[in-house]
Design a protein around this ligand. Structure first.
Ligand code: ADP
Ligand code: MG
Length: 909
């Protein structure tokens, strides 16, 4: 069907489109046909712009100040005839660039894997079944279902549009949503914005519902034609990454000044100019923390990958750091704190409460009153309730070999299942009671209405007096406001204020049992209301109340523990739900979110109080109930005005503003709409509250690990500077040659630094309050610690050097000893950095496998350099005797002893 690619689909009638694409709006494409078309049309995705090339990464690596310094050094060595040095320096430049490119490439890859993970899904009808599939699998002819919040997965011609509105700014620049229809448009040349019977890839559904037939996929879509290629979005650097860049620049200047200083001091001390020059270069290399930005990025990337395994996808890298500072988690109830496994357990009709048995989505269960089968009147009312509930409904119960599967909103799914328990099959009901119009659900109104043709034969002749019936379901309090009558004993009778009062009382007592309660009502119509009458204001009035359905939605078993963990970590969990106050409170208390002294604020109260009052009240609020998405924005603002760092969850289209405003917006992976996911910093693959807490823990660990890598690299650098600077100033000559400094800096340091970046979480990470976001990386004594530990390494190196010199050994031997002490004491020191104040013996000395490996690898490399005769001249090393080896070993263990001693003193103080 390649000729289809150029068809003007909007100017064809629905039948023509169906014929052209050989599909069926009821059953969709058959699987065999799908496969054929997948080979023909390829994947439904935009070809990605190539990522950063290896060449540009290499360029980035070698264009830094470090390489420049080294190249100049190499050149000068060559000029004065020291070709060996030139070769070694060049080798080190190459090695360093290769390592850098390798690491960066890995970081880049894991970040681009992230982008793929958050790719959108599509709801498709294929082979008569409704399923959710990755959007990339769509082919022309596929029948897709659209609902509010979905991003349109491909270009498609609408065959059904119920109040469907799309926001097409990505394509047309117009941000006001467009009303969609199914009618044919005569003008073949109509612009994209005028093709109201089409939906386009990369736009989003903001309201309503629709069914459409895919006409173009991938690069054949309008957005594909415009964009040509998807520009892979560059990740924003995190605050820490930015600070490290700045630190690097600062230290670069510092290095330069130091080099000049040492060079002059050396000349004054009558050191040979060339050697002095090389030493200064080495010092510069020591002072520039070249590896730091890359290490920060790698630790971030590795951490983000670990988070994926824990079901948290980070969409914006800075969120990793923010997570560690979170002080409040404002979470949805339904699905996040609860299992979202709704089951109708109770119905209330005709003044009686009916128990419904059965579990999960399997449509098997009994309706009983106090163990007895209901009477005829009750049965009648019950089947009206169930029929209405199943019809004002968009969920689909699919049976598969493994059991029952629900596609759609679990709240609605529960009603479909309940109806089927009474033999009322939604799929069949929908054929008899054809849906002719609807007012879709939105979380502002908290209800929805569908209009149906009343079939010729049915059981409700006494009460349905019109050709059309409208069924409305929604929050009971909201719904009862709209009811003027109720259904009693197969009759419609007026609903008095006291009736209303007692029904609200019933609702309340059901809600207090943690049931999620929906009310159901109907209204008869002579004909489908005209378009201008088809609004909530005029159509959802004068309703006849039928009854309530109360569903259980058990709390997630892991949520209680997560709430406790959050509280010990100084993070306040808070429930923000559209559900009834009593239901919300029952669950909040059960989970420990709400404790004595905490209060509940309802959406209505929220509206009546000013921002300042809210900011004050929110300090003691554990639950917000019956709130709308707009309220969430105010909640975030109020918390932020109290200097809280807020993580907030959301799923719907209207949640997007609150998700953006929160410090960490977390969208639901399963029930979340595409719009919410796009606005979020993080996606919870399992919709689970506990996942947020885990992510916070990871966030804290990642930050601590970055600090460890920084602490290690900088303290080593300080050590080198101290040793060289002090020796020259004391007139002891140069304790290390340039090559030796290069080697330690670029080879033996790097591995332990990386390994420290993947330390497992410390047992206490969730026992302390959140980090202050304004405190710098070096706060809390880290800066001082780096200085002290650096001084220790420097002094140890000096001692080694001094001992060899004063015991009559040659300067070459003394340098070799210094070289050995420096390298090994740094390696030993890496274990100090694992914990700040807990004894290693208690923590487990070898708890970080990566560090053990890094220690071994770097240690063996250093041993090789010191003992293989062939390489000795390259590193200005001479063979050592046993005494020297023992001195090195002795001095190299000092960091550990000192480290443990200070930790001990620190704990005692
Ligand atoms: P939540 O899911 O946290 O309760 P929502 O904004 O999704 O918040 O829903 C708000 C209220 O609207 C619910 O408490 C319920 O009373 C009602 N409601 C939810 N889903 C539906 C639906 N599909 N049809 C009718 N009413 C609904
Ligand atoms: Mg909901």
């Amino acid at each position: 069907m390649p000729e289809n690619r150029e068809k003007q689909w909007h100017s064809l009638g629905v039948e023509e489109v169906i014929g052209n694409l050989q599909t069926d709006t009821q059953t969709g494409l058959r699987d065999g046909e799908v496969q054929k078309r997948q080979t023909e049309y390829g994947k439904n995705q935009l070809t990605e712009a190539p990522g950063r090339s290896i060449l540009s990464m290499i360029y980035d690596q070698v264009s830094g100040p470090l390489t420049l310094v080294l190249l100049i050094a190499g050149l000068i060595s060559g000029l004065v005839g020291e070709f060996e040095d030139t070769v070694v320096i060049l080798a080190i430049v190459v090695l360093n660039a290769v390592l850098g490119v390798f690491q960066e490439n890995k970081a880049e890859q894991s970040l681009s894997a992230l982008r793929k993970l958050s790719a959108p899904a599509a709801r498709v009808v294929r082979g008569g079944q409704t399923k959710d599939l990755p959007a990339s699998e769509l082919v022309p002819g596929d029948v897709i279902l659209l609902e509010a919040g979905a991003s349109v997965p491909a270009d498609a011609r609408l065959v059904e549009a119920a109040n469907l509105k799309c926001e097409e700014a990505a394509l047309t620049g117009e941000s006001v949503p467009v009303d969609k229809t199914t009618e044919r448009i005569d003008d073949e040349q109509a612009g994209i914005g005028d093709r109201e019977n089409m939906v386009f890839a990369s736009t989003t559904v903001t309201y309503g519902r629709g069914t459409a037939i895919v006409v173009a996929t991938g690069m054949g879509t309008e957005i594909g034609k415009i964009a040509g290629m998807l520009q892979s979005t560059q990740q924003e650097p995190t605050p820490l990454q930015r600070r490290m860049e700045e630190l690097g620049k600062l230290l670069g200047w510092f290095a330069l000044a130091l080099v000049v200083l040492v060079f002059i001091a050396g000349l004054l001390r009558k050191e040979p100019p060339f050697e002095m020059f090389m030493t200064s270069i080495g010092l510069a290399v020591a002072a520039i923390p070249e590896g730091l930005p890359t290490i920060v990025t790698i630790v971030l990337a590795l951490g983000v990958q670990r988070m994926i395994k824990r079901n948290a996808i980070i969409r914006k890298l800075p969120a990793v750091e923010t997570l560690g500072t979170a002080t409040v988690i404002a979470s949805d109830k339904t699905g996040t704190l609860t299992q979202n496994q709704m089951t109708v357990a109770r119905a209330f009709v005709n003044g009686e409460s009916v128990d419904v048995s059965g579990q999960g989505y399997e449509p098997k269960g009994e309706f009983t009153i106090g163990g007895e089968t209901p009477s005829h009147e009750l049965d009648h009312a019950l089947s009206l309730l169930l029929t209405a509930g199943a019809l004002a409904n968009d969920a689909k119960l699919e049976k598969s070999e493994t059991g029952y599967n629900m596609v759609g909103d679990p709240t609605e799914g529960a009603l479909v299942v309940a109806a089927e328990k009474a033999g009322l099959i939604a799929r069949e009901l929908n054929k008899e009671w054809k849906r002719v119009a609807e007012l879709p659900f939105d979380s502002q109104r908290k209800r929805m209405t569908t209009f149906h043709q009343v079939p010729g034969k049915h059981h409700f002749a006494e009460v349905l007096n019109g050709d059309i019936v409208a069924f409305t379901k929604g929050g009971p309090d909201v719904l009862l406001e709209l009811c003027t009558h109720h259904y009693r004993d197969e009759k419609i009778v007026p609903l008095s204020d006291s009736d209303k009062e007692s029904l609200l009382q019933v609702n309340l007592s059901m809600a207090e049992e943690a049931l999620r309660v929906l009310g159901v009502a109907f209204r008869s119509w002579d004909s489908v209301p005209a378009q201008d009458q088809l609004t909530p204001e005029s159509a959802e009035t004068d309703l006849v109340f039928i009854g309530f359905a109360g569903m259980i939605d058990p709390p997630r078993p892991e949520a209680r523990e997560a709430v406790r963990e959050a509280k010990t970590a100084g993070i306040r969990p808070m429930m923000v739900t559209g559900d009834h106050k009593a239901t919300a409170m029952a669950i909040a208390k059960d989970l420990g979110i709400m404790e004595t002294g905490d209060v509940v604020i309802s959406g209505a109260e929220l509206e009546s109080i000013a921002d300042e009052e809210l900011a004050e009240k929110i300090k003691h609020t554990a639950v917000f109930a019956r709130v709308s998405p707009e309220h969430k924005v105010r909640i975030v603002e109020a918390l932020r005005s109290n200097r809280q760092i807020v993580a907030m969850t959301g799923d719907g289209v209207n949640d997007a503003p609150a998700l953006k405003r929160a410090d960490i917006g977390a969208a639901m992976g399963i029930t979340g709409t595409d719009v919410a996911k796009q606005a979020a910093d993080m996606v919870l693959l399992d919709d689970n509250f506990a996942t947020i807490v885990t992510a916070v823990k990871e966030g804290r660990t990642i930050y601590a690990n970055i600090q460890r890598a920084i602490q290690y690299l900088l303290s080593c650098n300080v050590g080198e500077i101290v040793a060289i600077f002090a020796a020259i100033m004391l007139g002891l000559g140069r304790p290390l040659t340039a090559i030796q400094i290069l080697w330690v800096n670029l080879v033996t340091d790097g591995l332990p630094a990386l390994a420290l970046g993947v330390e497992p979480p410390e047992p206490g990470v969730m026992d302390r309050p959140p980090r202050d976001p304004k405190a710098g990386v070096f706060s809390g004594g880290l800066g001082v610690l780096i200085g002290l530990q650096g001084a220790m390494i420097g002094v140890l190196t000096l001692i080694g050097y001094y001992w060899a010199l004063t015991s009559g050994r040659s300067v070459e031997v003394a340098r070799t000893v210094a070289f050995g002490v420096l390298a090994f004491s740094q390696l030993v020191h890496s274990f100090n950095v694992r914990t700040r104040n807990r004894p290693l013996l208690k923590v487990g000395f070898f708890g970080n496998t990566w560090l053990n490996h890094a220690f071994l690898a770097s240690g063996l490399l250093q041993l090789a350099v010191l003992s293989i005769p062939a390489v000795e001249p390259i590193f200005d090393v001479v063979p050592l005797g046993w005494t020297e080896a023992e001195v090195i070993a002795l001095l190299a263990t000092v960091p550990l002893l000192l480290g443990e001693l200070t930790k001990w003193l620190f704990r005692r103080s």
